[in-house]
Design a binder for this molecule. Structure first.
Ligand code: MG
Length: 185
């Protein structure tokens, strides 16, 4: 049978949502981090906007590849499937192993410099589900969240930044000279 390589935005969204659920993460939990982060700067943002942003980001092809790959790396490490030093390095979530952060940064970069600094904030302060994933994946537990915690934090950072961009566009639209274009933030 011909392999399936191309997925629609809807399919990528659904596969990502299901993969995250399989690994114990809901869209709502990611949106909560985005809401908590962005509501420090914008009092008028809504959970709805954060949820919609997470859903949109989960439909991006680059994010699809990273979520699917990262979740599989964690699962394979849990099952002891890697050979050589990388099995323990990933399995024990070695602090100076930075490939998980690189994948997180790649997602955050979709929303520019602010996306990346927002990811840094979440990476350091570990709010909500990021902290739970990190704690559950601690060495010796048999659970590996080495990649997932960064990926989830980065999706939250991207969603938070997207909400800020929507707020900026709303502000701009109050100017009588404003001209709307078809947006795909
Ligand atoms: Mg990590």
């Amino acid at each position: 049978m011909k392999p399936k390589l191309f997925y629609s935005r809807q399919e990528m969204y659904e596969l990502n949502r299901d993969k995250l659920l399989e690994r114990g993460v809901t869209i709502l939990e990611i949106a909560e981090i985005a809401f908590r982060q962005q509501s420090r700067y914008n009092k008028n943002i809504t959970m709805r906007a954060c949820i919609e942003s997470v859903e949109k980001i989960l439909s991006f092809r680059d994010v699809f590849h990273i979520v699917q790959l990262g979740a599989e790396i964690d699962r394979l490490a849990e099952e002891g499937m890697f050979q050589g030093p990388i099995q323990d390095i990933i399995g024990y979530d070695l602090g100076v192993f930075g490939i998980d952060e690189i994948l997180g940064l790649d997602i955050a970069r979709l929303y520019g410099a602010i996306g990346q600094t927002n990811f840094g904030d979440i990476d350091v302060n570990k709010p909500g589900i990021v902290n739970r994933l990190n704690q559950l994946g601690k060495e010796g537990s048999g659970v590996c969240h080495t990649f997932l915690d960064d990926i989830v934090g980065a999706i939250a950072a991207a969603a938070s930044t997207r909400v800020a961009q929507i707020v900026s566009e709303d502000e701009a639209s109050k100017d009588p000279r404003y001209e709307a274009i078809q947006l795909d933030i």
